[in-house]
Write a protein that binds this ligand. Sequence first.
Ligand SMILES: NC(=O)c1ccc[n+]([C@@H]2O[C@H](COP(=O)([O-])OP(=O)(O)OC[C@H]3O[C@@H](n4cnc5c(N)ncnc54)[C@H](OP(=O)(O)O)[C@@H]3O)[C@@H](O)[C@H]2O)c1
Length: 408
Amino acid sequence: MNRDTDIVLFGATGFTGKLVAEYLALHAPPEVRVVLAGRSLTKLEAVRSALPPRASSWPLWVADSADPASLAAVVSRTKVVITTVGPYAKLGLGMVEACAEHGTHYVDLTGEVQFIRDSIDRFDARAKATGARIVHCCGFDSIPSDLGVWTLHEHLEQRGRGEKLARTTLVVEAAKGGFSGGTIASLLNALEEARTDRARRKMMADPYGLSPDRAAEPDLGREGDLMSMRFDPFVDRWVAPFVMAAINTRVVRRSNALLGHAYGRRFRYSEVTGFRRGLKGVVSAAGLTGAMGAFMAAVSNDTTRPFVERYLPKSGDGPTPEAIRDGFFRLRIFAETEGGERLRCLVVGERDPGYGETSKMLSQAALTLVLDEARLPARAGVLTPASAMGGLLRDRLVAAGMTFAIEA
Ligand SMILES: NC(=O)c1ccc[n+]([C@@H]2O[C@H](COP(=O)([O-])OP(=O)(O)OC[C@H]3O[C@@H](n4cnc5c(N)ncnc54)[C@H](OP(=O)(O)O)[C@@H]3O)[C@@H](O)[C@H]2O)c1
């Protein structure tokens, strides 16, 4: 692929976009050419001037989601687009279309199931034809889940005994982090679409809502996300809902399908928040379940929603640099093979999940597409992190400080 540049960062002026620009300025190998893009040249200049010195030579390109010609001009000149322009359901489809059309690889941070479904339905075939790898969900949702399960699968493959994964549960054991304005806007928009559009609501509630071929999926009985608290003997602790299960579980199931059900046809996946055994665990699980229910009820109600919105972060706002530095997450994926053997995968991030570690994950995904292109799986279209990059991305993330470790 002969292009003027390697990576265009679209949305460089946003809260997360600035963090990604900083990560690339500090960590991208010197030979990787980077361009900052956004809708305001003045804002782009201000962002670039606050970045580490290496970025001073980075070109600035102007493009607007509402102007398809400006998107085409950008994507035809780069190998990879990183976009942090969201809410993606409102602002993102034009960029997917442009990348699919021009055979340009694409990574984003969406956690919006309805946007990904539209992307698959409208642009998967075209991206396959042009060779574009469209990879959604390259942040905290859903790389730890997707590459954590992929790492368990890889471990079984390497043992060479033909074992497959059956019951598999990701437990959020500990996490500390914040939210930005763009994340809140994306969540509120998704809730509104689910509330007002029945077909959307049905698709979003379907555990296989992002499947490439719904009819080809196995029937494993009820596989909905956990909505209340309970004691789960499989993971031996109290569990409560995990807010990102609604996106992560769909992405992991899509990976299994895109990989030809390589994880197994009895692969049964869920995600929960975990609490220790005993009274303290019960109280914490009940507290989280109640708080999540109250928040969802408040933002789904026309009367209380404007009041709640007043206290939520706005576009451009997010956690402080200290909060990002002090954040972290620790996830453990408990799995059982079809033969009944138990194994686990530990996934750890060393900074705030949604911003510190997310800017790392998104940047490393783009670098994998640029630097490892010759070794990537021969696959194009609307992909998942695991089906597009698997171990190549996981190894880059481990080298960059994340943990993906099998605990047999
Ligand atoms: N998956 C994860 O773990 C994760 C983590 C963090 C964020 N996210 C997602 O990332 C997205 C961004 O979040 P954020 O908090 O960084 O948002 P933000 O601060 O509001 O930034 C939004 C960006 O989009 C740009 N933009 C808006 N309309 C545009 C248009 N018509 N054309 C071109 N650019 C436009 C803005 O440009 P201006 O500066 O010109 O307004 C800004 O650069 C959200 O969808 C969020 O959910 C996901």
